[in-house]
Design a protein around this ligand. Structure first.
Ligand SMILES: [Fe+2]
Length: 289
């Protein structure tokens, strides 16, 4: 049986290597994980290098993404993503060519589940996001849930005769007609937003019970060029505005969860089915696995 033998780091940062060397005792591994050389191991009894290699893990690529799962028993990525890759391909979004162009990290003073709860419902938009509320058709806003993910339908209101309001998020301005954007949340902590020439990724990283790192990344097909470039800058600015409004809400919710007056809440069937779906998955993974 193979065992993991590298308590040190075998690679870090970006780039590519032809072999992996542990930064602790200098053991060399080839890229499939086999041990190539363990320095100064002459004379060790019952020693068989073939039995010592790096532990294999699930790795799957999709477009520019590489998904790694350390749990051998976890569902395969294809099962987790369900119809998403087919829908993205059918909609004509060419994600394989996109390159990262912008990353923003936001530290939120809340539990990661509070942030995801907030992301998965539009219920708070009329109060917490007045700018966003003006742009979308709130009556039609809905969340559709699937086994391991949900999708959001957020159509925009028709632009006024004078044209769209400058600075508004292209995420919503372009969400109509044949240029319908696609918005997904994948359990437990990944959000993917697809547009014809760019996409936005949100990764939600729990730091501890009261703090969460949210990583926003934008990928673009032709950085610095094309009609979409300027509107993508507007999109980033508007996403930043919405994110700051969400952070304020999430910080407040986290603080008030500690109130002795708070016990539990109820869900709106119409507006919070996505949150209910998420919390059912969390409960399932905390109790059944
Ligand atoms: Fe929000």
């Amino acid at each position: 049986m193979s065992v993991c033998t590298a308590p040190g780091t075998v690679a870090s940062g970006k780039g590519n290597r032809k072999s992996l060397q542990c930064r602790y005792h200098g053991w060399f591994y080839v890229l499939d994980g086999k041990l190539l050389n363990a320095p100064e191991f002459e004379g060790v009894r019952n020693w068989s290098p073939q039995e010592y290699c790096l532990r294999p893990v699930q790795v799957t690529e999709w477009g520019p993404f590489v998904f790694v799962n350390l749990d051998d028993g976890a569902p395969r990525l294809r099962e987790m993503l369900g119809a998403i890759p087919a829908e993205v391909a059918r909609a004509g979004f060419d994600i394989a060519d996109m390159q990262p162009v912008e990353r923003r990290d936001y530290l939120v003073d809340c539990n990661w589940k509070v942030y995801v709860d907030n992301y998965l419902e539009g219920y708070h938009i009329p109060i917490a996001h007045p700018g966003l509320f003006r742009e979308i058709d709130y009556d039609q806003y809905r969340v559709d849930t699937f086994r391991y993910y949900s999708s959001q339908y957020a159509p925009i209101r028709p632009a006024p005769p004078s044209g769209p309001i400058p600075g508004r998020d292209r995420r919503y301005l372009r969400g109509d007609g044949e240029q319908q954007a696609l918005y997904y949340w994948v359990f437990p902590n990944l959000m993917l937003n697809f547009y014809p020439d760019n996409m936005q990724i949100n990764i939600i990283v729990p730091l501890d019970t009261e703090r969460t790192l949210t990583i926003f990344e934008w990928c673009f097909k032709q950085p610095g060029s094309g009609e979409g470039w300027e509107s993508m800058q507007q999109s980033i600015a508007f996403s930043d505005e919405v994110q700051r409004e969400d952070m304020e809400i999430c910080n407040t919710v986290q603080r008030n969860l500690h109130s002795r007056a708070y016990n539990q809440g109820r869900f709106s069937v119409k507006r919070e089915n996505g949150v209910h779906h998420f919390q059912r998955l969390v409960a399932e993974y905390l109790t059944d696995k």
